[in-house]
Design a protein around this ligand. Sequence first.
Ligand SMILES: [Cu+2]
Length: 70
Amino acid sequence: MMQKVLKVEGMTCQHCVQTVSETVGKMAGVQKVDVDLDRKEVTIEFDESQTKLNEVSAQIVEAGFEIVGN
Ligand SMILES: [Cu+2]
């Protein structure tokens, strides 16, 4: 199991938190998603053999948010 923290811009309210949580949470191999709205951080625990980090990032972007850095 792999844990990564993504910096995500564009999340402004609990609705955004829910959107990101649900979008990432339903991806294959994703064990846990924790969204910190204040820090603009999304912590993900996932199985790398099932899902790659860039696929997670792509889904978040698809949902209308922006990944900062990595
Ligand atoms: Cu929102």
